[in-house]
Write a protein of this length. Structure first.
Length: 388
């Protein structure tokens, strides 16, 4: 056993020319900090990419890296780690990452911290501990979780960040020509409506393409049912996040009314979040986000989903590549894995920030079978870290 001697959080800011999901639209303006609100989903975004990283070190010198959301108020998360969590992790064995996660979760349960920034902090620490544990053992995280069950992970192209439908269709065709045949469009920026977007994409991409719609929590149960049913004739692969996450009975109502699979899960932190919805038969495809769950809760959600016959299609968000590698590495050991989201505007930019172990080409990801999560931050990334 080699105990943890250090836990350090950092903030990483990465510039981008065009904001995530594309240029600002009419009526969307950024404030002096770079924050702006997408009218389509009432959600705050940032004009650059930003993420929170965690580095843990053991007494034998093994270093593990973790990552969580840092787009908004990153110092809330880093402060939780540096003020509270780090001291409770020092002295523990990283091989007990799941036990450490549960211990940390219990610390704040009675105060109601069962989600949000607290659980994001725990997710980053958890990934870093699993990474360190793998390096101590000389095994990949997939091996620590029972071994790889898949060689590659099929992916779908997510978001078509172009200003007009015509350009979005052309952009999807470019990706199809590169060997990608699964797609998801974002309702938030589908200005002509989801049905029009779906029908035009189907006409251009052909019958074999998989096309899904991220509905961005914008509907009532009734309008979601109507909208999904209107997309069904165009063979909608899945309908994602049709209504606000709090309305679980409403989600169940939609899931039972439509033929299209309902996909949710990107905002969850724990197996509790999953089971509330699973028990209502409200979920057909589960989309956990490693940056919110960490490896421990991700694996718990994936295994529970599989036991109920629900396939696993993890979410991908704005990051350096660390939590994406952790997500793929963990997914490879999960029986129900059917694919993974691919955020081209983030993934391709991360080349140079992480070592070579993570690839995506012709519609599938691979991640190196090396100890831990399979990749390392490069010197270039490390030189850009802001201690927090
Ligand atoms: Mg989504």
């Amino acid at each position: 056993m080699s105990r943890v001697v250090k836990v350090e959080p950092f903030i990483l800011t990465i510039g981008r020319d065009t904001p995530y999901l594309g240029a600002l639209r009419k009526g969307e303006e950024k404030n002096e900090k770079g924050y702006f609100v997408r009218k389509g989903n009432k959600t705050v975004y940032l004009d650059k990419d930003r993420t929170v990283l965690v580095r843990v070190e053991t007494e034998s010198g093994a270093v593990g890296w973790g990552e969580t959301y840092g787009l908004v108020a990153p110092r809330a998360t880093t402060e939780i780690i540096s003020d509270l969590v780090a001291d409770f992790v020092v002295g523990r064995d990283p091989a007990d990452a799941a036990g450490i996660h549960d211990f940390l979760y219990d610390l704040m349960r009675v105060r109601g911290y069962s989600g949000g920034f607290y659980l994001d902090a725990l997710a980053a620490v958890d990934i870093a501990l699993w990474d360190a544990a793998g390096k101590e053992a000389g095994k990949s995280v997939a091996d620590l979780l029972g071994g790889r069950l898949h060689d590659t992970v099929p992916c779908y192209v997510s978001g078509l960040p172009k200003p007009t439908l015509e350009e979005r269709v052309a952009f999807a065709l470019e990706w199809q020509a590169k060997g990608y045949n699964s797609f998801k469009f974002a309702a938030t920026v589908a200005d002509d409506g989801n049905v029009k977007e779906m029908s035009e994409l189907r006409a251009a991409l052909g019958a074999d393409a998989k096309i899904s719609c991220d509905m961005h929590w914008a509907h009532t149960p009734e309008s979601a049912i109507e909208n999904i049913q209107a997309m069904q004739p165009y063979d909608l692969w899945f309908a994602e996040a049709p209504i606000v996450t709090e309305d679980m009975p409403g989600l169940a109502k939609i899931a039972q009314a439509v033929d299209t699979p309902i996909a949710v899960g990107e905002e969850w932190r724990t197996l509790y979040d999953a089971n509330y919805r699973f028990d209502l038969n409200a979920v057909h495809i589960v989309q956990p986000e490693m940056g919110h769950t960490g490896i421990t809760e991700f694996a718990r959600i994936a295994r529970e989903a599989h036991s109920r016959g629900i396939p696993l299609l993890p979410h991908a968000t704005i990051g350096s590549g660390i939590f994406l590698a952790a997500s793929l590495q963990t997914g490879l050991a999960m029986e129900g894995l059917i694919g993974h989201e691919f955020q081209h505007s983030i993934f391709n930019r991360n080349t140079g920030l992480i070592t070579d172990g993570l690839k995506c080409s012709e519609g599938a990801y691979t991640v190196a079978d090396s100890p831990g999560i399979g990749i390392e931050p490069t010197e270039d990334l490390i030189s850009q870290l802001e201690p927090a």
